[in-house]
Design a protein around this ligand. Sequence first.
Ligand code: FE
Length: 341
Amino acid sequence: MIDRRHSLVIAAALAASLALPASAQEVVNVYSTRHYDSDLLLYEAFTEQTGITVNVIEDEAGPLIERIKAEGANSPGDVFLTVDAGNLAAAAEAGLFQPVESEVLLTRVPENLRDPENRWFGLTQRSRVIMYRRDVDVTGLEDYEDLADPQWKGMICIRSSGNVYNQSLVGSMIEANGEEATAAWIQGVVANFAREPDGNDTAQIKAVAAGECDIAVANTYYLARLARSDDPADREVAEAIGVILPNQGNRGTHTNVSGAGVLAHAPNRDNAVAFVEFLVSDQAQAIFAEANNEWPAVEGQGRAEVLDQLYGEYTRDPINAAAFGANRSLALTLMEENGWK
Ligand code: FE
């Protein structure tokens, strides 16, 4: 893995070093799994407001977590920014975060979208929903539980059990239905696979559109991204897809977060808190969510128009993201024991 330090950030840092004596330079070092140009504009806005330079190191969640662990007390990292409560819970359990008692974060981020111990805070929301090709009769397919019904034999595409989104979804099933029922559900779903898990959520959606399978499970932003693509072939895929928002008649649709926390050994702790607080500001929430076609965590802030077109209003499972995040190891074990590759 190669670190990609943005030239923009380096340029900003150089400018700051020329303008200020070294001791007066304020920085925040952000380890991020995000890679959107719009995020850089946000970081610039933070620098403008506070004078604090944002240094960003990007990588996948797994390698970043390993890196922060390896760096230990010497880590220059101040903030870890990543997706999925499973990754956030993994970082929290490894002791990588410190709790933050921030009035701003506690009042703005809804309780179910942040760690009960205040080690991480949700920034955006995404749901994991059922998608199907519009010419398929999906009568009777309403809840995640229905995916195990033999009537969908040979029809379902979903990515592997190693994927954290699936671990969180199964983690939420364990919370709702218990371990035994979830194991039986996994067996039923696996028996309905059209093929062995392969590829990411986009690959599942494309396989449904192409007729390789009929039903997929994917995060909301993947379909939104296809619907907004510059490539007409992507938009054609999106147009072929219908959406089922699961469990509207009971607990609501499984909804996950992207989020951030202040690292345990943050050398610039105050700047780190200011940075995470900035990410829940009105301005940051709207831009942050829009970048990946997600819903902002803070209610009332902007959202991508495409989300209303594709999904409208729906009931989300109000379970705390930390609860299913904490179930990810058990979820993986159950999936592996029951044939989910
Ligand atoms: Fe994703």
